[in-house]
Write a protein that binds this ligand. Structure first.
Ligand code: PGA
Length: 239
């Protein structure tokens, strides 16, 4: 299986011109699976780029339309040129109060719309210290996928990203042995690719992707510079 590299640009302060320059400075990924989850306002500009880097959103609502000020639907994302979306990122769960139930609605919507998605799961430091990691992850996965058939998940191109909350933006990535245990646990439950996210950088990139149970990485801070992200594209194993 091809390893997957996804940039999560979060609410980065890039103009449309910055984003186009960024793309221009990247090496051609050829047939590698490289994607960028961009802020909504950059999607249209970046989609359809000549490098064939897939452009996605970082969130969407579970309804297809309605009185939800400030929200965006799967179809609106599609219309802008996105072909995947991140769902359930911990910053939305913990800073913006997204519940497992809400995230389940989003998963269902993505499946109905046939929009590929990356479901993020992961424990907080407190949960880790209480040795609740596996329970938390199992609960997040089972709630999100409730009512959805595994075939449907596969056919819409669903991915799971294990992102321990304490590792995100902290400069302290989880140990490979810890990641492998969680990934193997997830893979036993769901036959989907499992990515790792949380302080991925150029130093740990190859080691992480060298592990058989890590199918790809979701990179935040280190994906914002074209030079570093370009090196990651070059180092990404072919298949
Ligand atoms: P980070 O973020 O690489 O900056 O830790 C990863 C993420 O939140 O997806």
């Amino acid at each position: 299986m091809k390893k997957i590299l996804i940039a999560n640009w979060k609410m980065c302060d890039k103009s449309a011109l910055d984003a186009l320059h960024f793309l221009k400075d990247l090496p051609n990924p050829q047939k590698k699976d490289v994607r960028i989850a961009a802020p909504f306002t950059l999607i249209r500009e970046m989609a359809g780029n000549s490098l064939k880097i897939r452009i996605g959103g970082q969130n969407m609502h579970s309804f297809s339309e309605g009185a939800f000020t400030g929200e965006i639907s799967a179809r609106m994302l599609r219309e802008a040129g996105a072909d995947f979306v991140i769902l359930g990122h911990s910053e939305r769960r913990h800073l913006l109060g997204e519940t497992n139930e809400f995230i389940q609605g989003k998963v269902e919507r993505a499946v109905v719309e046939g929009l590929s998605f990356v479901l993020c799961v992961g424990e907080t430091l407190e949960e880790k210290e209480l040795e609740e990691t596996f329970d938390v992850i199992e609960n997040q996965l089972d709630s999100a996928f409730d009512g959805v058939l595994e075939d449907q998940l596969e056919s819409c191109g669903a991915l799971i990203a294990y992102e321990p909350v304490w590792a995100i933006g902290s400069g302290k990535s989880a140990e490979i042995s810890e990641i492998m245990k969680v990934h193997e646990f997830i893979k036993k439950k769901y036959d989907l690719p499992v990515l790792y996210g949380g302080s991925v950088n150029l130093e740990n990139f190859q080691k992480l992707l060298g592990s058989r149970s890590i199918d790809g990485v979701l990179v935040g801070g280190a994906s914002l510079g074209a030079a570093t992200f370009g090196q990651m594209i070059q180092l990404l194993p072919e298949g």
